[in-house]
Design a protein around this ligand. Structure first.
Ligand SMILES: [Ca+2]
Ligand SMILES: [Ca+2]
Ligand SMILES: [Ca+2]
Ligand SMILES: [Ca+2]
Length: 246
C-alpha cells in the first residue's frame, strides 16, 4: 500500500471500494444496458452499482501524498465496448510535450492495459496486449509492431472534466484481439459477452513539472524490484471478468 493514497476518504466518496483481496483476484466489469455518456459526469447508474478499485501501487518514483495523486476506477461493458470511469486527484495537470508521440509517459497520462484473451506474455512490439497511453489531449498512443510509438485514437474515446483538483475521466474502449494488424484498415473488433475474461490493469503517470514523470501508480501489485513491466509483459495484468447486471 502506498503511503498517503490509502483510505480514499476524499470527497468522491460513497463508492464501493474493493479491498485488495478482491483486486488480487481480478476485476469485474458490470454490464450496462444503457451506453454511458463519455462526458466526465458519472450520472449513469452503472457507475453507482459498479465496484471501484483503487490505483495505489507505486511502480516508479516516490510515493505521492494525498493531494499529489489519488485514484480509483470502475469498469462496465456492453457488446461493443468496455467502459472505464476513473476518479483522479492530481494537484497539477501537465502536458508539456506538445508532440503526442514524444515522451508521452512523462506527461500526465492515464494508462489502460488490455490483454483481450488474458494470455499474458510479451506484448512490447506486438498486439498480444495493448498499453494505451491516454493523454490529457485525449490522444491515444502505444508502441506498434514496428517498434515505434503510434496513434490508436480510434480505439479509445475519452473525456475528462476537472473540478478543483478532482478529475473524472471516462473512456469507451473498443477491444481488439492479438490478430490486430497496424497496416490493416479494417481490423474487426471483439464482441464482448458475459463471462468473458480479459487481462487488465490501470495506471496513472503523474508529473507536475519535473523533467520526467514523478511517479507511476498502478492498480496491481507487481512482485520484484522492477515494477514498470506492464508496457512489456501482460503477465502483470489481472483478470477482468465481464459480469451481468443481475
Ligand atoms: Ca458519463
Ligand atoms: Ca500530482
Ligand atoms: Ca493476448
Ligand atoms: Ca500531474
Amino acid at each position: 500500500m502506498v503511503a498517503g493514497v490509502a483510505g480514499h476518504s476524499f470527497a468522491f466518496a460513497e463508492e464501493k471500494v474493493a479491498d485488495h483481496a478482491i483486486a488480487a483476484g481480478g476485476y469485474q466489469a458490470l454490464f450496462s444496458k444503457e451506453k454511458p455518456g463519455i462526458d466526465g459526469y458519472l450520472n449513469e447508474t452503472v457507475w453507482q452499482d459498479a465496484t471501484w478499485y483503487p490505483i495505489d501501487f507505486l511502480m516508479l518514483g516516490k510515493a505521492p501524498d494525498s493531494r499529489d495523486f489519488q485514484g480509483s476506477f470502475a469498469l462496465a461493458w456492453d457488446e461493443n465496448r468496455l467502459y472505464l470511469s476513473a476518479k483522479i486527484i492530481d494537484d497539477v495537470l501537465l502536458d508539456k510535450h506538445a508532440d503526442p508521440l514524444v515522451s508521452y509517459w512523462d506527461d500526465d497520462t492515464l494508462e489502460i492495459f488490455i490483454d483481450e484473451d488474458f494470455s499474458g506474455g510479451d506484448h512490447q512490439y506486438n498486439h498480444n496486449a495493448f498499453a494505451y497511453h491516454v493523454a490529457l489531449d485525449n490522444q491515444v498512443v502505444d508502441i506498434g509492431s514496428n517498434g515505434k510509438a503510434q496513434f490508436y485514437n480510434d480505439h479509445i474515446n475519452s473525456r475528462w472534466r476537472r473540478q478543483g483538483e478532482h478529475i473524472i475521466w471516462e473512456a469507451e474502449i473498443t477491444v481488439y484481439s492479438d490478430n490486430y494488424r497496424d497496416d490493416k484498415a479494417d481490423n474487426p473488433s471483439v464482441k464482448l459477452r458475459k463471462g468473458k475474461k480479459m487481462g487488465f490493469m490501470l495506471a496513472y503517470c503523474d508529473n507536475d513539472g519535473s523533467s520526467e514523470r514523478e511517479h507511476f501508480i498502478g492498480s496491481q501489485q507487481i512482485k520484484g524490484q522492477d515494477k514498470n513491466l506492464g508496457w512489456i509483459n501482460a503477465d502483470v495484468f489481472a483478470a477482468l471478468l465481464l459480469v451481468g447486471s443481475d
